[in-house]
Design a protein around this ligand. Structure first.
Ligand code: AKG
Length: 308
């Protein structure tokens, strides 16, 4: 069923067109006025607005990270029965690349998704109640972890999932140290202020290959060169327990990991309650629920205090 119908003829972000196009962002980045009781400083809110991302160090304690790591190892190691279709392996091997649906499969990750240090900040930035649009553990094992090619998440969520506007934020909690070497997230600061409408039609069941290696919904080399020359590229590095928040339209990607040291992160995508999904804007049918929550979403009930 279509919730929250929108006028498709005036879509500000048409994509999957015959030709690539640069379009201006028509949405705010920070949706709340800063106030003294905000969960961020005014400077951090301004930085998020300007750069389209924010790295918050030492947000979670060693003990909390240890518990999350143990939980993540149990999920990955086959000790837990996981939902069908929620596990993606690395291209060309059986190594786990991604596990989706964290709150549905783990009480600890459910609690993490509601933590004030993540959900409280995101809800403030989006100026609305929020819900989990997608959640995942990205493992990137040592030696064999493959790259994530450059993309704007919003391009895919709009075209393939029917997310109407740019009012969503990804939160990546580093569960291992992410340094310059083991394939950290890389972002182009300021790239979120323009939308690159991508060339090419969406193939049927595109997600089956794009989750291993994305080929549709990515900008051309020319566009990426122009963006990176204008904005630069920054690695989001930090010790385990660091939180990386980034706007849904910030251009990002990451290199493969040939170091022996795994790089693993827990990802939650939060969408504003006022920005619920409609029909896809650039694909015939919507992607499965594990990639994009459809139907009546449950607003997050923010929890305070330590995880463990
Ligand atoms: C995504 O999940 O959209 C990513 O780009 C993941 C990048 C990474 O885990 O390095």
């Amino acid at each position: 069923a279509i919730t929250n119908p929108v006028d498709r003829t005036s879509d500000p972000y048409p994509s999957r067109l015959p030709e690539e196009k640069w379009l201006p962002r028509e949405d705010k980045v920070v949706w709340s006025q800063w106030r003294p009781d905000a969960p961020l400083t005014a400077q951090q809110a301004d930085q998020f607005d300007r750069d389209g991302f924010l790295v918050l160090k030492n947000l979670f304690s060693e003990e909390e990270v240890k518990a999350l790591m143990a939980e993540s190892a149990a999920m990955r190691g086959g000790e837990r029965k996981l939902m069908d279709g929620s596990v993606i392996t690395e291209p060309g091997s059986d190594e786990v690349r991604t596990i989706f649906k964290l709150p549905e499969q783990s009480a600890l990750f459910e609690r993490l998704s509601r933590d004030r240090r993540i959900a409280g900040i995101v809800s403030f930035l989006l100026g609305d109640d929020i819900y989990v649009h997608q959640s995942r553990l990205n493992y990137k094992p040592g030696f064999t972890g493959k790259e994530f090619y450059w993309h704007s998440d919003f391009e895919t969520w709009h075209a393939e999932d029917g997310m109407p506007r740019m009012r969503a934020i990804s939160a990546s909690l580093l569960l291992t140290d992410n340094d310059e070497l083991n394939g950290p997230l890389m972002l182009m600061p300021g790239s979120h202020k323009q939308f690159i409408a991508c060339a090419g039609e969406t193939p049927e069941d595109n997600h089956k290959s794009s989750l291993k290696k994305q080929e549709v919904g990515v900008p051309s080399h020319e566009a990426l060169t122009k963006l990176a020359s204008a904005h630069g590229i920054v690695p989001a590095t930090g010790k385990a327990g660091t939180l990386v928040l980034f706007d849904c339209n910030t251009m990002h990607g990451s290199n493969g990991n040939i170091t022996p040291f795994a790089r693993s992160n827990a990802f939650f995508v939060f969408n504003a309650m006022s920005n619920q999904l409609t029909e896809p804007f650039g694909a015939r049918k919507p992607r499965p629920d594990f990639l994009a929550h459809r139907g009546e979403p449950k607003p997050i009930d923010v929890a305070t205090g330590k995880l463990v």
